[in-house]
Design a protein around this ligand. Structure first.
Ligand code: ZN
Length: 551
């Protein structure tokens, strides 16, 4: 407790025009936050001002981040501003760390009105890297459009912010710290919490830890290798997998969170997690997984580095959902996947007669569905998905490869790939999307046939995907141009801007094969890729000869 009450200051500021939060919050280069005066303060004040004063006074708010460069600096400012804005209690992760899924769990556990998460997911970190600020609401999920619009509107006219500049926090010690503020009767409370333990507790209530322990450290145990990529998930992996479930210490690598993620991009893909793939290729491990910076994504591997595509991974978890005790007891009321994710999950939903929801990209759309009582599979919790896979291995006692092949033989295979064209001239990209939308909106586009080599694809449906939330009826438009063909194949185009000025065009290609399920993905999808490029004239318009990344 400080001796004299801390001063609350009101500081004049001027607005910025570009603080509209995207699907992933406000994501900018670190130097934008560092060099533009009050850029961080303005946005944080806009978040607090968006909450009605009556709800804000004395409320609880959660703060945490993925540990990237500027994480701690930003947290210090947020704490000082929360105190000055009437928040009664802040729940902050130890050392300022909290994975995105854990933040969601902690918001619910402490009945907070929301949480501020500092992350830019799998984007690079460091002085030249990115930082993002996300605001999640009381349901634990990302704020909906109404809330983010309100934040944006406030940010455009902001004139001042409130702050307690003298407030100094100790992030290194778990426990309660209290601060007396000028003109306030009640002290401001900060609780530094062990978010890893809160999250582990949630997992204990979902999975059969005894069975997992037997799988991972019993007499006939399998070996696994987990790569936390120096993101925030490392301590969760260590606590849950190593300490509690008995995996040897050397089965978890890169588990110390670092400000620059060790100089690597914390992206759990074949490209950026190549070390894990290489180490598994000639090695013993039966199962491997890598996690992104903030822990909502993962990559699943089988023995010798066998890659399980994210779409297949979700579908296989769904097909085996009753290997998980939580769902045995509670049942499953629906599956949800984002629109560009392959339709592999749809086939499981159809076979099991469980409802499927197709939502826009972004975890926020799952929040409403989950709140509405459907325990939908969460597409976005990397460690949860790894534990789900281990539960399947524990129940079925088969290899990842056998499980994958069995799944394809049972349901057929949705071949799926994504082409990313990065740093495209933004005008060329916008023009391409506009022309494409006009073209596919024309009635004559449906039924059109495209032939490449001996394959013929006929358009069945084409649109600009929009989503009506089944719970609150809100409509989200412009989620990507999609062309569905009569054989179940799909081409999807999405455009996203980046902070560095260029645009990224993503083309998702998907082809369904009932019988030929053991072919090479890129070979199967090559005719469709040719069509996608031809329809959009992407190469011609941008001068590119191929994608920057194929995943
Ligand atoms: Zn992420």
């Amino acid at each position: 407790m400080n001796n004299s009450p801390l001063r609350v200051l009101t500081v004049p500021t001027s607005p910025y025009a570009d603080q509209r939060p995207g699907t992933n919050g406000l994501r900018r280069k670190v130097h934008v936050f560092q060099s533009r005066r009050n850029y961080l303060h303005n946005f944080i004040q806009s978040i607090f001002s968006s909450i009605d004063l009556r709800d804000r006074q004395g409320s609880t708010v959660v703060v945490g981040g993925d540990g990237r460069f500027f994480n701690q600096t930003a947290i210090e400012v947020i704490v000082q501003m929360a105190a000055a804005n009437g928040v009664g209690r802040l729940i902050v992760g130890h050392h300022g760390l909290m994975s995105t899924p854990a933040c969601s769990c902690v918001i619910r556990k402490f009945k907070a009105i929301g949480g501020i998460i500092l992350t830019a997911s799998h984007n690079p970190a460091g002085p030249d890297g990115d930082l993002g600020i996300k605001f999640n609401t009381a349901n634990g999920g990302p704020a909906n459009d109404a809330v983010t619009n309100k934040i944006y509107q406030i940010s455009r006219t902001i004139e001042e912010f409130a702050i307690c500049p003298g407030l100094r926090l100790d992030l290194t010690t778990v426990g309660k710290q209290t601060f007396d503020l000028e003109n306030k009767f009640k002290p401001f409370i900060v609780e530094i919490v062990d978010a890893v333990e809160s999250y582990a507790n949630l997992m204990r209530n979902i999975f059969d830890f005894a069975a997992l322990k037997e799988l991972l450290s019993g007499e006939n145990h399998i070996t696994i290798r987990l790569d936390a990529m120096h993101g925030v998930v490392g301590p969760y992996v260590k606590r849950i997998l190593c300490e509690e479930l008995g995996c040897p210490a050397n089965s978890a690598v890169n588990c110390v969170p670092m400000e620059d993620f060790g100089g690597q991009r914390p992206d759990p893909s074949l490209i950026y997690a190549a070390d894990l793939v290489d180490s598994m290729r000639d090695g013993e491990p039966d199962f491997g997984a890598a996690f992104d910076g903030d822990g909502d994504r993962n990559m699943i591997l089988g023995k010798h580095g066998l890659f399980v595509s994210p779409s297949d991974s979700v579908a296989i978890i769904a097909d085996n959902i009753f290997c998980i005790p939580y769902f045995q007891h509670r049942g499953v009321r629906g599956f949800a996947r984002s629109m560009p994710t392959s339709a592999a999950l749809d086939r499981v939903a159809k076979a099991t007669k469980i409802e499927l929801y197709e939502t826009p990209t972004g975890w926020k759309f799952f929040g409403n569905l989950m709140d509405a009582g459907g325990d939908h599979i969460r597409e976005k919790d990397g460690l949860w998905a790894a534990l789900a896979w281990l539960s399947i291995l524990a129940t079925r006692r088969q290899s990842v490869e056998d499980i994958l092949k069995y799944h394809w033989l049972k349901y057929g295979r949705n071949y799926f790939t994504r082409y990313d064209y990065e740093n495209i001239d933004i005008d060329a990209a916008c023009e391409m999307m506009e022309d494409l939308e006009i073209m596919i909106a024309d009635k004559s586009f449906v039924k059109r046939r495209f032939a490449v080599e001996d394959k013929i694809y006929q358009v069945e449906m084409a649109d600009n995907f929009e989503y009506t939330d089944p719970v609150d009826s809100s409509i989200t438009r412009n989620q990507g141009l999609r062309i569905n063909f009569s054989d179940g194949s799909r081409i999807i185009y999405r455009l996203s801007g980046t902070s560095s000025g260029g645009a990224t065009v993503r083309i998702y290609l998907e082809s369904y094969e009932k019988e030929h399920v053991f072919e090479e993905t890129q070979v199967v999808l090559s005719p469709l890729a040719t069509i996608a490029i031809k329809i959009s004239q992407l190469h011609h318009r941008t001068g590119r000869t191929g994608p920057s990344v194929i995943t």
